[in-house]
Design a protein around this ligand. Structure first.
Ligand SMILES: [Zn+2]
Length: 172
């Protein structure tokens, strides 16, 4: 077991949490257990002095998130914010994108409704055109037969009137 000197103990007390344990172990060529033993001794001493205990847990250097001003051990490069803020940002942009998609879907639906209405109008127009064609055909047929009848009558009349025998003249 490592025999700790007072200066070593005060160095550990000073640097606990600021220097990774593997570096302390390398510096003193000791095991993790030996380091923990040192910590126990330091903390017992600090307890007597009414001081907070030290921890060997190495805290990574902290950054301050510019969005929430909270200390964080990790800044997400893409956003420049902490993970929580980045997640919120992602959620915001997700919601934003969702809104855009919703609006687009509504527009498409409206266009489809308009198209359906247009199609219905077009069908109705086609029906009317078809009806008109039938009516015109019927009219034309009637008109033609009427005219044919009239023409026949006229012809008959003409024939009767203009016929040389019509006035009782008998051929000689
Ligand atoms: Zn943040």
């Amino acid at each position: 077991m490592h025999q700790w000197t007072t200066s070593e103990l005060s160095y550990i007390e000073e640097n606990a949490g600021k220097v990774p344990t593997h570096q302390l172990r390398k510096k003193y060529g000791c095991s993790l257990d030996a380091l923990r033993g040192a910590k126990k001794r330091i903390n017992a001493d600090r307890f007597m002095k009414g001081l907070e205990p030290i921890s060997l847990r190495f805290d990574k250097p902290l950054f301050v998130c510019p969005n929430c001003n909270q200390k964080t051990d990790r800044i997400i490069a893409r956003s420049g914010w902490c993970k929580a803020c980045t997640d919120e940002l992602k959620l915001d942009s997700y919601h934003h994108r969702l809104e855009i998609v919703d609006r687009e879907a509504q527009r498409v639906q409206e266009l489809e409704r308009n198209k359906a209405r247009e199609d219905a109008v077009k069908r109705e127009l086609d029906n009317l055109k078809q009806k008109k064609r039938t009516v015109v055909k019927t009219l034309v047929k009637h008109d033609l037969s009427a005219r044919t009848e009239k023409d026949t009558v006229c012809e008959t009349v003409t024939t009767t009137r203009d016929h040389p025998y019509s006035e009782g003249k008998r051929p000689e």
